[in-house]
Design a binder for this molecule. Structure first.
Ligand code: PMP
Length: 365
């Protein structure tokens, strides 16, 4: 073995060596419908004003570690209830990691549980934090299997249960009574993290239930709202609990450019809300059109994407790619997603391009 192979064998964790890096496909020149981004840019006048604000950003200093003004803006414009502080992350990806790291390490084994199929960062972050990950299979219609969830909670006593609301990659909202039952079952033995990344489209939230449940964390992001590039996530919970997560947050995890951009754009959040509303209208247009296609099963979505089952997902994805349309093949993610694909809802033009390419891909040769 070479020096570098020996070095890696000697120092890198076995489970890290066995893993592979998160794959993001190259999308240059493609209609990009694989990552649940908002297709709309900010209006030109706002972008020009943003450029002026960014020109004044103080790049030679570290950010203000308290992030007081950004937190205030997030709280005021994104619906944080009075009396609750927020913790900011470099995307909610980082917040998921912070939660996992706060409850577990190699010495203090802990279980992190989520219904599956789920957002892949729950299990990855659990693993890298040294926690055991338990996935509890959703029912075939992707609703929560409450018997299995409650049995798994009793058996594994998870420190954290992640629930994406709506769920990614399936798009559905779990029943709020089921979520309440899970939060109560965890009691003071476990934290329920409601990941509301797709809240701008679902318009359902547990944010107003924080007073009721002291073991509830509500996590969100500005990514799906139209600011995926700036990487900003936020979460809130009972102040004492949030203070524990705060100890694990790297002090300058949100950079000054993000801070300036977010504070400016959130003053115009109505622009992003209007974009989300047109994406929702497009989802409502697209869903019945997809459901009408022979051989296609569409899963109801409250998010800015639609998941569907087709006769041959690999074939469909390859044919769409040949038409320069990039979507996500979910087949390998979980056995219950065999031949499922996921498409981001985009502009009317891009959605029609997808629909036409899909129709052609499904047509008999
Ligand atoms: N939670 C869910 C359910 C997601 O689908 C995603 C991104 N696809 C994230 C969190 C992470 O979002 P971000 O890091 O961009 O805030």
């Amino acid at each position: 073995m070479s020096f570098i192979d020996n070095l890696i064998a000697n120092v890198i964790r076995d489970d890290v060596r066995a893993n592979s890096a998160y794959v993001v496909p190259d999308s240059s020149g493609l209609i990009k419908l694989d990552a649940m981004e908002n297709p709309y840019e900010l209006p030109r006048a706002l972008r020009e004003e943003l450029a002026r604000r960014l020109a004044d950003a103080v790049l030679n200093r570290y950010p203000m570690a308290s992030y007081a003004s950004l937190k205030e803006k997030v709280s005021a414009t994104l619906g944080i209830p009075a009396g609750y502080d927020v913790l900011l992350g470099n995307g909610s990806d980082e917040l998921i990691q912070i939660v996992a790291t706060t409850v577990a390490n190699q010495k203090r084994r802990a279980t992190i549980l989520a219904p599956v199929p789920a957002f892949v960062m729950y299990s990855r972050s659990a693993q890298f934090a040294g926690a055991d990950f338990v996935g509890v299979k959703l029912k075939p219609d992707f609703s929560l299997d409450m018997d299995a969830m409650l049995a798994a909670i009793a058996l594994h006593q998870p420190a954290v249960v992640f629930l994406a609301y709506p769920n990614n990659p399936t798009g559905n909202l779990f029943a709020s009574e089921d979520i309440e039952t899970i939060i109560r079952a965890l009691g003071d033995k476990g934290i329920a993290v409601l990941d509301e990344a797709y809240q701008p489209f679902a318009r359902h939230t547990f944010m107003d239930r924080l007073d009721e449940f002291e073991n509830l964390v509500v996590m969100r992001t500005v990514s799906k709202l139209g600011l995926a590039g700036i990487r900003l996530g936020y979460m809130t919970a009972a102040p004492q609990l949030l203070a524990e997560f705060e100890k694990v947050r790297p002090p300058y995890n949100v950079n000054v450019l993000t801070q300036v951009a977010a504070e400016f754009v959130l003053d115009h959040v109505e622009v992003l809300d209007a974009q989300a509303a047109s994406i929702n209208a497009e989802r409502e247009r697209l869903t019945p059109e997809l459901a009408a296609l022979a051989g296609v099963e569409v899963f109801p979505s409250a998010a800015n994407f639609i998941s569907l089952r087709v006769p041959d997902a690999a074939d469909v994805c390859a044919k769409l790619l040949a038409e320069k349309v990039l979507i996500k093949n979910l087949s390998k993610m979980h056995p219950s997603l065999a031949n499922c694909i996921r498409v981001t809802v985009s502009t009317p033009e891009e959605n029609s391009a997808f629909l036409n390419s899909l129709k052609a891909a499904l047509a008999p040769a």
